[in-house]
Design a protein around this ligand. Structure first.
Ligand code: 5AD
Length: 352
């Protein structure tokens, strides 16, 4: 597999058969991770960027089969943070050195475009030196434009899987990969720094599905890609499904780093949940972002996308201090600043 890894490093693209073979075998992981770390180092040094995650509502109108806050999740206690509470999260986050805030929530109809525009404008007015990322699902192009005009800088919308049949197995029939894809291209067109992503090991996923994810990412050329292992939630139709592999998630992180060396790739909470050292391993496989939780402790357990989610009991300050130490231990450090994407330094002539 080394030749394929070398070629990926050189030109950033492979065809579907090559991706499928590489992902299906998942061999030479250490060789891959070394190259992935070198690529990350060339673009970001030993910096790891931190993003303050604010999980502001767990109401959701969607019924995704894997997700613990799906509409039909009957034991989920629903909550919604007020504007004041959200701004208070930012205040505490700012004091802890955060310069990116991520507003993440279910698709909650209470948060109309007008309410969101007002909230975005207030957050940007209070923290003009911070980047604001939205992660609030599928909207119309007009809504995305309004949020951007109000000051939002970035948008995360995981595509979940780029194989339309697989997409249908994970989602209710009113959702489609086609619409997801359309949303992602709108976001890029409008000018957001755009992030997609997928779960590793979701029910029905094959190496070919993951190959299609890599081809989709090659086509979209996002700024950010978030991935984590699928983890079952007890109150979903996928409660009894096997969890995704940490080793394969790490392998995919390494491949993503070589696919697009200036990508912002988080070592996700799901990875940290599946393995006590998952986030450190993620960074050592090529990730360069962490997303500690700034939500008030009282609501943390309620934003349970999957079982046993970590960091649901600790204050943000404690989580951050621990993460800071663990990054230092592996030779990285949490950087100051917004953490915008670096220029791709790969030479054009290599794209063959
Ligand atoms: N396991 C792992 N990741 C999940 N997500 C949702 N449910 C699960 C789960 N059971 C991920 C989805 C979503 C992101 C916010 O969390 O990819 O886009």
């Amino acid at each position: 597999m080394r030749e394929l890894i070398d070629r990926l490093e050189r030109c950033g693209r492979l065809d579907k058969e090559e991706w499928t073979a590489l992902i299906g075998a998942a061999k030479d992981a250490e060789y891959l991770f070394e190259k992935a770390r070198a690529a990350a180092r060339r673009h970001y040094g030993t910096d790891v960027y931190k993003r303050g995650l604010i999980e502001f509502t767990n109401f959701c109108k969607n019924n995704c089969l894997y997700c613990g806050i799906r509409r039909d999740g009957r034991d989920t206690t629903r909550y919604r943070l007020s504007e004041e509470e959200i701004l208070d999260c930012c205040k505490r986050g700012y004091a802890l050195g955060f310069r990116t805030f991520v507003l993440q929530g279910g698709e909650d109809p209470y948060y109309t475009d007008d309410r969101l525009v007002k909230l975005i404008a207030e957050m940007k007015a209070a923290y003009p030196d911070c980047a604001l990322t939205l992660s609030i699902g599928e909207k119309s192009k007009e809504s995305y434009q309004k949020f951007f005009d109000a000051g939002a800088d970035r948008y995360l919308l995981r595509h979940e899987t780029a194989n339309p049949d697989h997409y249908r197995k994970l989602h209710p029939k009113e959702m489609s990969f086609e619409n997801r894809k359309k949303c992602l291209f709108w976001l890029k067109e409008i000018g957001y720094q755009t992030g997609c992503g997928f779960m590793v090991g979701s029910p029905g996923q094959t190496a070919e599905c993951l190959a299609e994810d890599m081809l989709f990412i090659t086509e979209l050329q996002p700024d950010m890609v978030g991935i984590g292992p699928f983890l079952p939630h007890h109150n979903t139709p996928f409660a009894k499904e096997a969890k995704g592999s940490v080793a394969l998630t790490l392998y995919m992180i390494g491949l993503l780093r070589l696919l697009k060396p200036n990508l912002l790739i988080p070592a996700t909470t799901a990875l940290g949940t599946a393995d006590a050292n998952g986030r450190e391993k993620g960074v050592l496989a090529g990730a360069n972002v962490v997303m500690p939780n700034l939500s008030p402790v009282r609501v943390r357990r309620k934003y349970e996308l999957y079982d046993n989610k970590i960091c649901t009991g600790d204050e943000a300050a404690e989580c951050c201090a621990a993460l800071e130490r663990s990054m230092e231990r592996i030779g990285f450090h949490l950087a100051k600043g917004r953490g915008d994407p670096a220029e791709d330094q790969r030479k054009e002539e290599n794209y063959v």
